[in-house]
Design a protein around this ligand. Structure first.
Ligand code: TYM
Length: 381
């Protein structure tokens, strides 16, 4: 959907995103202090991405919390399109979802849309979509989901269980609506035109309200789901939306698989992380040390600082100290970058350690775990 000079769709994010305008355009709601207070009351703490308004918008999150409070409960659903290695932006919603699972003790369903990416990415072979599904699933398992309450499924494998419902959903979405919501054209292949039905189905996996954590680019699907869910006797889905972790090369740029300097991938090694950040991380510092000491840096546009704020420095006091020292010119760009490099490398070291163990867990999440077995034995209709 185009709004002024930026575009946000599930396949395209361009320009400087104005998140307040997006809330208006998409018809979502800001996460208010009242909602945050309620989450804190129920969970005992607020996730760093909620505290700092990185998750900033929602649909029906208040109703989800009420359902939880009055014992009805809810479930959670998110996903990944396996077009290549995952970057740090892709994994953030999963860390957040894991926090929700831990705090509310809920089931999590994770859709791997190998079909979608094969239809959308002209250069991606079918074989590679399968390969990246496997690789990405290992990264997702490494996040630490509870295997008894998490089901990871890949569309091309699980399709027979969801197809009966997809047939019904597809009949309710006409091409004119799909064009308006997703920007399809006469050149779009017919696979991707049908695909939105498949991303909607997991919201019907349980007869409870579904909460979907993701960046706001995925919201167009939920808008359609909310138009049709009640006609099938299901709830309108709820959603909680995050902002986009900016590309290393600048807050208005997007991370791109074809431009490795724009992102840190989960499989980057320590040396590459160091090199990318020193060389490419967009700086809010001054051109010379003398000027920096005199005038100070601008953390608001400094990607290293923004990455610390999004996720990598969860301690509010430490973040504030970094911010103040940077503004005052006490902390140099190189020193700020060094802080981020250490944080990322520690994070990746731990992530990679858990990823190795994930190889033995994959069957549990996909086929043999209690939730997985239950899902394979039921058709969604
Ligand atoms: P995909 O693979 O494009 O993205 C995976 C998840 O990462 C989020 N995301 C980001 N979050 C923060 N900063 C960024 N820079 C950034 N870039 C991407 C996305 O919003 C998403 O949550 N079609 C989907 C797969 C899918 C899905 C879902 C996603 C299927 N069902 C339900 C979310 C919820 C896709 O290709 O995501």
């Amino acid at each position: 959907m185009a709004a002024n000079n930026f575009i946000v769709t599930p396949w395209e994010v361009e320009g400087k995103v104005d998140y307040n305008k997006l809330i208006e355009k998409f018809g979502t709601h800001k996460i208010t202090q009242e909602i945050k207070d309620k989450i804190k009351k129920l969970t005992g703490e607020l996730h760093v991405m909620l505290r700092r308004d990185i998750f900033f918008s929602h649909r029906d999150l208040d109703l989800v919390l009420s359902d939880y409070e009055n014992g009805k409960g809810f479930f959670t659903y998110t996903g990944r399109g396996p077009s290549g290695p995952m970057h740090i932006g892709h994994i953030l919603p999963f860390y957040f979802t894991k926090w929700i699972q831990e705090k509310f003790d809920v089931n999590v369903y994770i859709e791997i849309t190998d079909d979608e990416k094969f239809w959308v990415k002209k250069k991606l072979s079918y074989k590679d979509a399968q390969k990246w599904s496997y690789e990405n699933i290992l990264d997702i398992i490494a996040v630490g989901f509870n295997p008894d309450k998490t089901f990871i499924f890949q569309d091309t494998e699980y399709i027979s269980n969801i197809y009966p419902m997809a047939v019904k959903v597809a009949r309710k979405i006409n091409f004119s609506l799909a064009k308006a919501v997703f920007g399809f054209t006469d050149q779009s292949n017919i696979g991707i035109i049908f695909f939105p039905a498949l991303q909607i189905i997991p919201t019907f996996f349980e007869r409870k309200r579904c909460l979907i954590p993701s960046a706001i680019d995925q919201d167009p699907y939920w808008r359609i789901q909310r138009d049709i869910a009640e006609s099938f006797g299901y709830y309108k889905t709820a959603a909680i939306h995050s902002k986009f972790l900016p590309a290393l090369t600048g807050p208005t740029q997007k991370m791109s698989a074809s431009k490795p300097e724009t992102a840190i991938y989960l499989n980057d090694d320590e040396k590459i992380v160091r090199k990318k950040i020193f060389r490419y991380a967009f700086s809010g510092g001054q051109p010379t040390i003398e000027m920096h000491r005199k005038l100070g840096g601008n953390p608001d546009i400094d990607v290293s600082f923004i990455w610390l704020k999004y996720f990598f420095e969860p301690d509010d006091k430490k973040l504030k100290e970094i911010e103040e020292k940077y503004r005052a010119g006490e902390l140099l760009t190189g020193e700020l970058k060094q802080i981020l490099i250490e944080k990322i490398n520690n994070f990746l070291k731990e992530h990679k350690r858990r990823r190795k163990k994930a190889i033995d867990l994959i069957d549990k999440f996909k086929y043999d775990g209690s939730l997985a077995s239950e899902m394979w034995s039921k058709k969604i209709s």
